[in-house]
Design a protein around this ligand. Structure first.
Ligand SMILES: [Zn+2]
Ligand SMILES: [Zn+2]
Length: 90
């Protein structure tokens, strides 16, 4: 399993449909992290994994969720600056 270089936690697989991805990105852009955790649990993700996922979620397009590193492209990435893994669903 992939781990985050920054906090060494094991990263759960994030498997979203196009529809659930859209719904979750709306919560993220709206800064509703707790709702995001609940939303993921509603798709069958455990509470622990949902928290890990939301802790590693970018909160604005093209910016690392842990530092201000700017990046291009789509899909998950490891930040070259702080080492944090980012689920990039926006
Ligand atoms: Zn981490
Ligand atoms: Zn970073």
């Amino acid at each position: 399993m992939k781990t985050c270089k920054r906090c060494k936690v094991a990263l759960p697989e994030l498997d979203l449909t196009e529809e659930t991805r859209k719904q979750l990105s709306e919560l993220i852009l709206d800064n509703q992290k707790l709702q995001g955790v609940k939303f993921l649990m509603g798709t069958g993700v455990t509470h622990e994994n949902a928290k890990i996922i939301m802790d590693h979620m970018i909160t604005q397009k093209g910016v690392c969720g842990r530092c201000d590193y700017n990046f291009e492209g789509v899909g998950p990435f490891d930040c070259p600056d702080c080492g944090a893994f980012n689920y990039n669903i926006l």
